[in-house]
Design a protein around this ligand. Structure first.
Ligand SMILES: N[C@@H](CCC(=O)N[C@@H](CS)C(=O)NCC(=O)O)C(=O)O
Length: 268
């Protein structure tokens, strides 16, 4: 088994009751250490050394980010849908004990947490295809800054989702529009945020796009009318297979949020 088990052995033993049996099978086949096996309760997942797993959630912009980056690089991966927030898998809790959040990327048995860190890891690991961050250190810093700023959308979006009617919603709506205008100003006349190529900042922002129908409806604004350049950029991004095949149907997100709002007595 030497050289083939970068994953913490303790994790495997606790997560995988059939681990020993599986290793026996591997040995029998000729223990040439091509892969590892992770087991979660009865549910087994076999990983070749180069295989990749994403723990994610359909409604999450953060897991969308990671999946779009992998799609841009043409990396095949196993997608494991988590049940967030109340029924997280033991594997997620084990691999992200600090935040207990998706997404988590598992690659060669080692795991990476936090979506933007994961996207950078993906870019640095599979450097040959579709660079996502500029190679110039200054431009990289700028890309990181703007990708980081997309977290504001989440922050203000939560105010819209959690807001009730009236003044509170109007304040969130205004704040949201200011944030969008900042992005629109930064985009300017460029095709993508860092220039001609789709990259880190585009991925970070477009990952929110499936939530925009909800934001627009709750916040009573229109991206198309209020931020036409950003709308044109989003339309262009949506033409990419890496984006359109990953983002969830906006209606599903809207319905989920309305159910949540009703449960919180924020909707009639
Ligand atoms: N900063 C994190 C945020 C990830 C995050 O908030 N994930 C949410 C789903 S959208 C989650 O797992 N929430 C579970 C919880 O809060 O218990 C990232 O960029 O990866």
């Amino acid at each position: 088994m030497d050289g083939c088990l970068p994953l913490d052995h303790a994790i495997i033993s606790t997560m995988c009751p059939k681990w020993k049996e599986l290793m026996r099978i591997k040995k029998k086949k000729g223990d040439d250490c091509v892969g590892i096996v992770i087991g979660i309760e009865e549910n087994f997942l076999c990983m070749e050394e180069t295989e990749v797993v994403v723990l994610g959630w359909q409604l999450s912009m953060f897991s969308a980010k990671v999946r779009i980056a992998l799609a841009e690089k043409g990396i095949k991966y196993e997608y494991r849908q988590e049940d967030i927030p109340h029924n997280k898998s033991p594997l997620l809790l084990k691999l992200n004990p600090v935040y207990k959040k998706i997404p988590v990327l598992i690659h060669n048995g080692r795991h990476v947490c936090e979506s933007k860190i994961i996207v950078e890891y993906i870019d640095e690991t599979w450097k040959d295809k579709s660079p996502l961050l500029p190679s110039d250190p200054y431009l990289r810093s700028q890309a990181r800054f703007w990708a980081d700023y997309t977290d504001k959308i989440y922050e203000i979006g939560m105010k819209l989702i959690m807001g009730s009617k009236g003044e509170e919603m109007e304040k969130a709506r205004q704040e949201f529009l200011v944030c969008l205008k900042v992005f629109e100003g930064e985009l300017g006349e460029k095709p993508f945020f860092m220039g001609d190529a789709f990259g880190h900042v585009d991925i970070a922002l477009i990952s929110y796009y499936h939530h925009f129908y909800t934001y627009e409806t709750l916040g009573n604004f229109s991206l198309k009318n209020d931020c036409p350049k950003l709308f044109a950029w989003a339309t262009k991004c949506m033409k990419r297979e890496s984006v359109s095949t990953i983002l969830t149907d906006p209606n599903i997100i809207y319905e989920a949020i309305i159910i949540f709002r009703k449960s919180m007595n924020l909707e009639d």
